[in-house]
Design a protein around this ligand. Sequence first.
Ligand code: ZN
Length: 228
Amino acid sequence: MLLYRRLMTAALALFLCVEWGPLSAERGRWGIASGDPFVKEVALTFDDGPREHGMQELMAVLKEQDVHATFFLVGKFAERYAPITLSLAAAGHEIANHSYTHPKLYRLWVEKIMREAERCDEVVEGLGLRKTRFLRPPGGGFNLKVLNAMRRMGLRLGLWSLNSADYTGRPKEEIVRLVTRSVRPGTVVLMHSGVPNTVAALPEIITALRARGYRFVRLDDLWNGGRV
Ligand SMILES: [Zn+2]
């Protein structure tokens, strides 16, 4: 299953890089799975938040390390834990769209897909924050219906090129090892909100990568110097 997910992620990343990625003339059209392979930048992305537990710890580590990240929020959680959503934005993190109820978007009709993304945005904008620029379909699965819906909404696909697999309950040491060994210039790292082992792994990951000359950026910065 893990191998399948890795293969799927790699295929998606390749698909975007070859067809519509940062190096192509069509840059900006569909989405991003990684940044410039010649620039030592890495984007940390956290899915499925805000969670009831573990968010303060995560935000504290990122603040301590002076790292701005991208949070793909599930709309209904962003609504339920509105103060956390607001503090993420106030701390300088990018708020991105992970649908409203976290369904497999590719199974829905285009109108339903749009509604899922819109409802997430309604929560975000209702809190006075700016509309999201990137959508990450739950599970990373998408098809032409999803792309069509996103294009109609002016959203871009925000995928990843390195899966930390932190949702499997793997120990902190494994997360540190996997991420520090696999990061390359332009890597987008998939992590999750509210995972204690991820929070514990972050200081070592950040320190190790900075020592190798990496800069931590948000997805919108990785995309186009923030001019999305
Ligand atoms: Zn998710």
